[in-house]
Write a protein that binds this ligand. Structure first.
Ligand code: VGL
Ligand code: ZN
Length: 202
């Protein structure tokens, strides 16, 4: 049983990231039974939800001549363009029906500003606009965070890297995550997490 000051952060287990969804992660739904069981072991449970307006700048459909998975340069740096996904209020944005939601004390939505994408649960992709999660966790005395969810190489990795940078003891349970793996991103982000001191466990 992890200590009282240890939070479980469940990243983006939403229909659009599961098989059949708009930005499906292979085997994304297979992690759900383990994630559900883990919720009983943590004093604090946070769920995150990717939550985009229809005109979101990370959607290829909002850029003439661009296709999903093209890369562009935004005001804050490079940005991959995605298929329309997790549109606010849509079925794709809903949590997977098998995911337990009741144990969560906080449901954190991110990516709702049209001009900025947000992979990390802590900061949007400009790396300075805060979601408030840092303050929430600190105010509750949380010092350690364990991440599970989707996708390993995007929202999980960026959240874990920010957690380590902010001084939390950060662990990723790799076996309770699945990745998108675009152009070697899974190996690259795994190495970045390791180098940053994120503890990677199965
Ligand atoms: C994610 C790409 C776009 C994720 C969210 O949850 O990893 N990836 N939006
Ligand atoms: Zn998104």
């Amino acid at each position: 049983m992890p200590a009282e000051d240890h939070a479980l952060i469940v990243i983006d287990i939403q229909n659009d990231f599961c098989p059949g969804g708009a930005l499906a992660v292979a085997e994304g739904d297979t992690i759900i039974p383990r994630v559900n069981a883990l919720m009983d072991d943590f004093a604090t449970v946070v769920l995150t939800q990717d939550w985009h307006p229809r005109d979101h700048s990370s959607f290829a459909s909002n850029h003439a001549g661009k296709a999903p998975f093209d890369s562009i340069v935004m005001a804050y740096g490079p940005q991959i363009l995605w298929p329309d996904h997790c549109v606010q209020g849509s079925d794709g944005a809903a949590f997977h029906p098998a995911l337990r939601v009741d144990p969560a004390q906080l449901i954190l939505r991110k990516g709702f500003r049209p001009a900025i994408d947000s992979y990390s649960a802590f900061f949007e992709n400009d790396r300075s606009t805060t979601t408030g999660l840092d303050g929430y966790l600190r105010a509750r005395g949380v010092g350690a965070v364990t991440f599970v969810g989707l996708a390993t190489d995007y929202c999980v990795a960026h959240s874990a890297l920010d957690a380590a940078r902010l001084g939390f003891r950060a662990t990723v349970l790799m076996g309770a995550c699945r990745g998108i793996d675009l152009g070697g991103s899974l190996a690259r982000m795994t190495e970045e997490m390791r180098a940053a001191g994120v503890v990677l466990e199965e």
